[in-house]
Design a protein around this ligand. Structure first.
Ligand code: XIL
Length: 354
């Protein structure tokens, strides 16, 4: 029994190691100058241009900002046709006490999205972070944890059935070296928690497209396909900086490989940090713009890349300053909702392709 488990475990890790080869490499993208543009908001929007080529362009949504700032909702509805709730659908937000669910934040975003004909990416059912203390502090047996996870996935996916058709089922389960990341799920259930999560999400909503989401390189796709697990796609987060970002050709090759495995691909959390670099701010903003443009271009050139989603749109609400401890400006609108060079670079790229 123990040795059977060990063999399974080894097989699992071996596959992940193999798949870690899909990791995109870091290098320098081309940094040709971004054309100068007036800094007023243009008549066309990212959304209208994306729609014209059946593409989704999106952002994460901060539910507090949506509820308190009129301008936030205006820009959101004008510029994007897909959104991802930033924290509202995570485990600690949705099941703050065992079997007591709270979908207020998610419902607010879903209602806004419906009113403006915007798709919603459900983020995220299984993660090692954002867990409630009843779960992290509790002492649960393997079967109890299986039950907890199954109930959670079923309840959340069923609550949004018909409204959320794309789920990041598992988030950040793989370390950079290809091993599985330590988590309450890995320790308590074992490596097959990933497979179970996809199966349960699929059972709860067979129509939903189910994603594995991670930063760096993503590998669970091939593993899951080989094991008959219902996975539709892989999300490439793309949290990068002007001094460390993947070579667009490497991203292209990665997307094509995943595509060839029958997997859909989405860029799911893009932001581009500009802090910690000595060059003048205009130079940094123009490099930032070029990186955004390069990654959108890559996505646009791969048939199976169906969405380009940023982790926010205004620098006012980026998670980066609190995550890194430094002020930054990683998004495409500034703190006053004025479009930055990166916004115009995305517009240009879309315009050229429509
Ligand atoms: C981040 C949120 O933006 C923060 O507000 C929160 O405090 C922590 O989580 N990768 C992910 C996202 O998949 O869920 C994370 O979101 C950012 C990194």
């Amino acid at each position: 029994m123990a040795s059977a488990r060990l063999t399974r475990c080894k097989l699992h890790l071996a596959m992940l190691l193999l798949l870690a080869l899909l990791t995109v490499s870091c290098g320098n993208a081309s940094t040709q100058a971004v054309p100068e543009r007036a800094t007023s908001t243009p008549l066309q929007s990212l959304r209208s241009l994306a729609q014209a080529r059946s593409m989704y362009i999106g952002t994460v949504v901060n539910v507090d900002a949506l509820q308190s700032e009129e301008q936030y909702g205006e820009v959101l509805a004008r510029e994007f046709n897909i959104v991802t709730p930033e924290v509202s659908l995570k485990f600690d937000a949705t099941e703050p006490e065992l079997n007591q669910y709270n979908f207020d934040g998610g419902d607010t975003i879903v209602a806004f999205a419906k009113a403006h004909n915007i798709q919603v990416r459900g983020h995220t059912l299984v993660w090692y972070r954002a867990l409630p203390s009843w779960l992290t502090a509790g002492k649960f047996s393997r079967s109890e944890l299986m039950q907890i996870l199954r109930d959670h996935i079923f309840t959340e996916v069923l609550h949004y059935r018909g409204q959320i058709n794309i789920w990041d089922v598992v988030n950040e389960a793989v370390n950079n070296d290809g091993t599985l990341r330590d988590s309450i799920w890995l320790r308590g259930i074992g490596p097959d928690y990933i497979d179970w999560a996809f199966r349960w999400a699929h059972e709860a909503n067979p129509q939903a497209r189910l994603f594995y989401n991670d930063f760096g390189g993503e590998g669970s796709g091939r593993k899951s396909l080989q094991r008959g697990v219902p996975i539709s796609g892989v999300g490439l987060q793309m949290h990068v900086g002007i001094d460390s970002y993947p070579d667009p050709q490497g991203v292209l090759a990665n997307m094509q490989r995943l595509n060839a495995l029958g997997l859909e691909v989405q860029i799911t959390e893009m932001d581009v940090r500009i802090q910690g670099d000595q060059r003048p701010v205009q130079t940094r903003l123009s490099i930032q713009a070029q990186i955004y443009r390069d990654m959108l271009s890559v996505c646009l050139s791969v048939a199976g890349c169906t969405a380009f989603v940023m982790w926010g749109f205004t620098d006012l609400h980026s998670w980066i300053p609190s995550a890194t401890g430094h002020p930054d400006a990683p998004l495409i609108f500034d703190q006053n909702y004025r479009p930055k060079p990166a916004y115009f670079a995305l517009m240009d790229d879309l315009e050229q392709r429509v």
